[in-house]
Design a protein around this ligand. Sequence first.
Ligand SMILES: *Cc1c(COP(=O)(O)O)cnc(C)c1O
Length: 397
Amino acid sequence: MKKTFNPDMQGYYGEYGGAFVPEMLYSNVAELQKQYLKIIEDSDFQKELKQLLHDYVGRPTPLFYSTNLSKQYGAKIYLKREDLNHTGAHKINNTIGQILLAKRLNKKRIIAETGAGQHGVATATTCALLGLECIVFMGAHDIERQKPNVERMQMLGAKVIPALSGSKTLKDATNEAIREWINNPTDTHYVIGSVVGPHPYPDMVAKFQSIISEEIQSQLLVKEGTTNPDYVIACVGGGSNAMGAFYHFIDNNHTKLIAIEAAGKGTDTDLTAATIALGKQGIIHGSKTYLIQTEDGQIIEPYSISAGLDYPGIGPAHAYLHDTGKIHVDSVTDDEAIQAAFHLTRTDGIIPALESAHALAYLNKMDLKPTDIVVVNVSGRGDKDMLTYSKFFNHEE
Ligand SMILES: *Cc1c(COP(=O)(O)O)cnc(C)c1O
């Protein structure tokens, strides 16, 4: 695993990040901070991880040159097909890494939080494979909305525990997971699903997802004779697929890195999840970053048509890269994302996840030259979103 982008010893990217955790969790988090690099850089660990990513997840995922989109946009458009991973998204790159690490720390139980259920399914899948007990916390409201994923987790042998407090969504599930970790500190590992949370999670998850940009570089070298595209575009909820797709390009001054947030109904409305556009600095889930909050610091419930993007914060590394001008952050509305999803489906026969459709929609806002090489990270497949898509069949025809 190459390293090009690291936080400092305390987990800070500039002024963002850190580890703001309750005292009861100090020793757990400190253990992880002390051990994670040693473990994941170990050659036996890397060998086991690479083997599973190859034989179980199906990596490397293809880098697909879309003739149809290239013709339409007048540039070379490539799609990084994370939708073809086992379980249908990039999330399994991280769960396999973290659960292999948990085994090396002699943990017997895995806990996780999930919103739409994608991270829960990836965690339950990996626990089934590697033989660990799995408990997933999920907001009671999300359990109703995301029934197929709840049933998948149960079939995989995970216990799904409803979070009944607050708005009964992701942030409440996260609170429950943290409470559970405090009660079982020694035998339990908490698998966080994005580049968020206290140090070392943002860096650890970024390193496990960095395989995406590592592959883009070697695949582009074969197809285009260069490792550096002109643009990489990815959607951002917490920011893990984007960080994975950007990671090996951060130190390169050629590639423009574009992160797309969910504008929801629009950044001029209350129904949005565009954290960088509207957020202010604060602390959420153990790290300092941007978050959408009221004047007196209460977190505002985020909204997006896509359940994977409605997170009120953003990973601290993205906050830092935004402030330093290394990444460009923009947003796409529900309607623009839906249109982009139908467009890709009809032009290329690929039904993307609603999250990924936000990245695809940005192609319409770009001013491209014929020589430009653009890579869009298709973070997941759209099977889970069929209920939402089917509501638009009539409008669209
Ligand atoms: C969870 C999810 C996302 C958002 O999470 P990030 O950490 O921002 O990548 C995006 N796309 C898909 C398909 C997801 O499942």
